[in-house]
Design a protein around this ligand. Structure first.
Ligand code: NAD
Ligand code: MG
Length: 387
């Protein structure tokens, strides 16, 4: 049986891994939608290969280029934020939400409201609007299938018991490229060093988030929304090899873990095939070759981001959306060479030091918190840059 797949963020790291699996299992899938931010050439190339009904470029200024590239193919070209949302509302069997940042929120919400199952990689959407997204999923009955490797692992481990009987969820973290580096040395790291993750090949933004450990903090908030066990039952454990992708401990002290090679195609395949399984070309685990697995407690002095995230979700309301927006601005500024590595998390902290905006009650409210927090973060970035 063929299933229709709509892929948001087709040109990214998760998008490409998804298409790699679809390519190998072509008879099972009919690609309905492909989207990208601004890379028309790559989007048109993918569209010609996978033949979706529609290809959407988020950057409206690139519409004419996309329309020209797809002329005569029968594939509809569309552009802009509204076109992304319209494409997310179109009937399909699964939406893969693989846009990076809060930019993915509107289409992901549209898919959930339409009752479409969502394979969710786009953690920033859930961090910014967790209550609204989980409420939309409950109302329409659309499942959210976690793609983030830790959350996919927890989702799989939760099949081994009832959520009311969970004592602890343990989110594993690689610790990133600077796990053993002193704070003084971290003040001098370059963007190239920060994106060079020891275990995973990923987009630039999440790679920097892994280096600051903000990624694990965002994942804590993500886990809080996906798995309602209460914040104090979710812990972080550093595990440098990234072989155990997370663990669930039940009341009887049985602990279930999901293991696998650090290859995103494994959790992506799990979400694509759910509740079934599909074959992947990934390397099976060679535990004798790996020989040992290490664990250590996170160091919240050198890596203060996880504590900021825990405080933001504990306070709730607008805080997680503020935190996410500030982090997006600060990471972009670091990647552009404008601020130092430690200034990323400092920027987030300074944005959160201001009084909290009112609790957002709608997507519109989330977008206004997002916009004002971006402005506040940009102000601090300018100060660092000119200090
Ligand atoms: P990436 O930067 O490689 O790709 C991002 C995709 O989003 C691209 O297709 C890009 O065109 C699109 N995009 C970017 N900005 C956009 C905008 N403003 N409007 C519309 N589209 C836009 O990112 P990635 O590493 O593939 O990560 C995607 C998401 O998945 C992120 O939320 C990330 O945290 C999450 N994630 C990624 C990995 C990984 O291994 N890469 C693992 C776990 C979770
Ligand atoms: Mg992850």
């Amino acid at each position: 049986m063929t299933r229709r797949l709509s892929l948001f963020g087709a040109t990214g790291s998760v998008g490409q891994s998804t298409l790699d699996l679809v390519r190998r299992d072509g008879d099972s899938w009919q690609v309905a939608v492909l989207t990208a931010n601004s890379d028309v050439a790559e989007l048109a190339k993918l569209a010609k290969e996978f033949r979706p009904a529609v290809a959407v470029i988020a950057d409206e200024a690139r519409y004419a280029d996309l329309a020209e590239a797809l002329a005569g193919t029968g594939i509809e070209a569309a552009a802009g934020a509204d076109a992304l949302v319209a494409a997310a509302r179109a009937p399909t069997d699964l939406v893969m939400a693989a846009i990076v940042g809060c930019a993915g929120l509107a289409p992901t919400m549209a898919a959930l409201e339409a009752g479409t199952p969502v394979a969710l990689a786009n953690k920033e959407a859930l961090v910014s609007a967790g209550e609204l997204m989980t409420a939309a999923a409950r109302a329409s009955g659309a499942p959210i299938l976690p793609v983030d490797s830790e959350h996919n692992a927890i989702f799989q481990c939760l099949a081994g018991g009832r959520i009311e009987q969970v004592r602890r969820i343990i989110l594993t973290a690689s610790g990133g490229p600077f796990r053993t580096m002193s704070a003084a040395d971290m003040a001098r790291v370059t963007p190239a060093e920060a994106v060079a993750h020891p275990n995973w090949s990923m987009g630039a933004k999440i790679s920097v988030d892994s280096a600051t450990m903000m990624n694990k903090g965002l994942e804590l908030i993500e886990a809080y929304h996906l798995f309602p066990v209460g914040l104090d039952r979710i812990e972080i454990l550093v595990h440098p090899q990234s072989v155990i992708h997370s663990l669930v401990e039940y009341v009887d002290c049985s602990t279930l873990a999901q293991l696998g090679s650090p290859d995103m195609r494994i959790p992506i395949a799990s979400a694509l095939a759910w509740p079934d399984r599909m074959a992947t070309p990934c390397a099976p685990l060679d535990l004798a070759g790996i020989a040992r697995l290490d664990f250590e407690a996170p160091d919240e002095v050198r890596f203060p981001a996880t504590a900021l995230c825990r405080a933001a979700i504990a306070e709730g309301g607008a805080r997680p959306a503020q935190l996410n927006a500030a982090n997006e601005v600060a990471v972009a500024a670091f990647l552009a060479g404008r601020i130092s590595f430690p200034a990323i998390v400092d920027t987030v902290r300074r944005v959160l030091d201001a009084a909290a905006p009112a609790t957002p009650a709608s997507l519109h409210d989330i977008f206004s918190v997002d916009a004002s927090s971006r402005a506040a973060a940009s102000h601090f970035v300018d100060q660092y840059e000119h200090a």
